[in-house]
Write a protein that binds this ligand. Structure first.
Ligand code: CA
Length: 223
């Protein structure tokens, strides 16, 4: 998953980014003002956007409105300060999906971000079941037919993304865009490596291969 943080307080932005990277294994981009935030939101594929309201150049409300006017459905979690003039009603009416008042607990922020990402992909439950595969997005564990499977951090991230889009064809570019930050083009050769590692671990002792490759199109996680 890939998340955009638009926040002008560098320390807070860095703390949020670190939590998302280290605790959830997400790719994270950070914008320090509204203009840059809007530019990144319009040019990249994010699974969620965390948006501060009081921002230099373009405030969070304007960023939110412009994102929604452009037809983007990416879930947006607004970070509000107690003295922000925008009301919660105005935020929700402008297309925000959730909000959190500063100061907030990073654990709560992470849980809300995860819930928004799941709902954004039509997967409200934190435990995803695809056929005999079970992926728990809270403790980041994987089982197949009850057998625990140990994955590397990157293998888990690839599988988590595919599991949020079961039975859909997911292209290599889509995976790269959602698993890495703006540097993603550098990593274009590694996806095959992770997929083959996943296949080896997931399909051991099973007749039914879990990940199918559609030549020239991408990968399908089938149940
Ligand atoms: Ca601010």
């Amino acid at each position: 998953m890939r998340v955009l943080i638009v926040e002008d307080e560098p320390r807070l932005a860095e703390n949020i980014a670190r939590t998302l990277r280290e605790t959830a294994g997400y790719a994270v981009d950070v914008a320090a003002d509204g203009q840059e935030g809007l530019f990144l939101a319009e040019s990249n594929a994010y699974d969620a956007i965390l948006l501060d309201l009081m921002l230099p150049k373009l405030d969070g409300m304007q960023v939110l409105k412009r994102i929604r006017e452009s037809g983007q459905h990416t879930p947006v979690l607004v970070l509000t300060a107690r003295d922000d003039k925008e009301s919660v009603v105005a935020l929700l009416n402008a297309g925000a999906d959730d909000y959190l008042t500063k100061p907030f607990d990073l654990g709560e922020l992470l849980a809300r971000a995860k819930a928004l990402i799941r709902r954004g992909k039509g997967q409200p439950s934190p435990v995803l079941n695809i056929g005999d595969l079970q992926l728990n997005t809270v403790d980041r564990t994987v089982q197949r037919a009850g057998r625990p499977i140990t994955l590397t951090a990157m293998e888990y991230r690839v599988l988590e993304y595919l599991a949020h889009r079961p039975r859909a064809v997911v292209s290599k570019t889509e995976l790269l865009e959602h698993l890495y930050d703006y540097n993603w083009e550098k990593f274009s050769n590694v996806i095959e490596v992770y997929i083959s590692g996943l296949r080896r671990k997931l399909d051991a002792g099973s007749q039914q291969p879990l990940i199918r490759t559609l030549r020239g199109q991408g990968y399908v996680l089938q149940g």
